[in-house]
Design a protein around this ligand. Structure first.
Ligand SMILES: NC(=O)C1=CN([C@@H]2O[C@H](COP(=O)(O)OP(=O)(O)OC[C@H]3O[C@@H](n4cnc5c(N)ncnc54)[C@H](O)[C@@H]3O)[C@@H](O)[C@H]2O)[C@H](O)CC1
Ligand code: K
Length: 215
């Protein structure tokens, strides 16, 4: 069953109100995404993995992935696209603060960057269901970098720039090899398999009862 983005936010909020907090959803999302990635690539040990993280909860999922990937002994760099004090949500902040205590993960942040990473894998955790309008800097430069780089590309929830409700793209959109979306498929995403690559919807522990009155 495919759902709307509006329904997803309502289900997420209801699950949170039931006590299944968004930070647990985020943890399960990042963990499920890493399982898919590791299943696909096999061993990620010593692989050079760059996580581009936006300032919203899509970025937060990417921060969780960075921690899990470090557990698999990948060489992880997180590029936070903005200043850490501009991270928008409590759960993303919580994950950023854990990474700050992990020297195994290289943290970079700011509004302009030298993209000089030579990655084996890029994780696109820039924008998810919160997208609106054309892509602004520094997100657009990061998406350009992703599209110009020859490596395996993994989209968290949706390729950044793709509207998961309509299937339309903004002025720029990442083109990925695999996309893992969360809870249930959103209506616009499967319309653009050319951008998503292999596509999966993973459960993240939201109680089915959180759907009551919404679906
Ligand atoms: N579905 C679930 O149950 C869960 C989903 N999770 C992940 O959370 C994101 C949605 O997070 P949200 O913070 O609402 O939105 P985004 O991260 O997509 O965007 C946030 C931020 O981005 C800015 N922005 C919007 N449009 C643009 C633009 N065109 N250019 C530049 N910047 C833009 C804007 O300021 C927004 O505030 C979802 O996709 C999942 O990945 C959770 O982990 C919990 C479980
Ligand atoms: K994304």
């Amino acid at each position: 069953m495919e759902i709307t983005v509006d329904q997803m936010y309502k289900i997420e909020n209801k699950g949170h109100a039931m006590g299944f907090l968004k930070k647990f959803m985020m943890e399960n999302a990042g963990a499920a995404a890493v399982r898919r990635l590791v299943d696909k690539l096999g061993n990620v040990k010593s692989q050079n993995i760059v996580v581009f993280a936006g300032l919203g909860n899509n970025g937060g999922d990417g921060l969780v992935m960075a921690r899990h990937l470090s557990g698999y002994e990948a060489k992880v760099t997180v590029m936070l696209l903005g200043s850490p004090d501009k991270i928008k949500t409590e759960e993303s902040n919580w994950n950023w603060s854990i990474l700050q205590k992990m020297p195994s993960v290289k943290l970079m942040s700011g509004d302009s960057f030298e993209f000089n990473f030579n990655p084996d894998v890029i994780v696109d955790a820039i924008l998810g269901t919160g997208i609106s309008g054309n892509i602004r800097e520094p997100y657009s430069s990061a998406i350009n970098y992703i599209n110009q780089t020859d490596c395996y590309k993994f989209a968290v929830d949706v390729p950044s720039g793709l509207n998961p409700q309509t299937g339309e793209t903004a002025n720029i959109c990442s083109k990925c090899d695999m996309t893992v979306t969360f809870h249930k498929m959103k209506q616009g995403i499967p319309k653009r398999k050319d951008l998503t690559g292999e596509l999966f919807a993973e459960k993240i522990g939201i109680p089915p009862e959180a759907e009551e009155g919404i679906l």
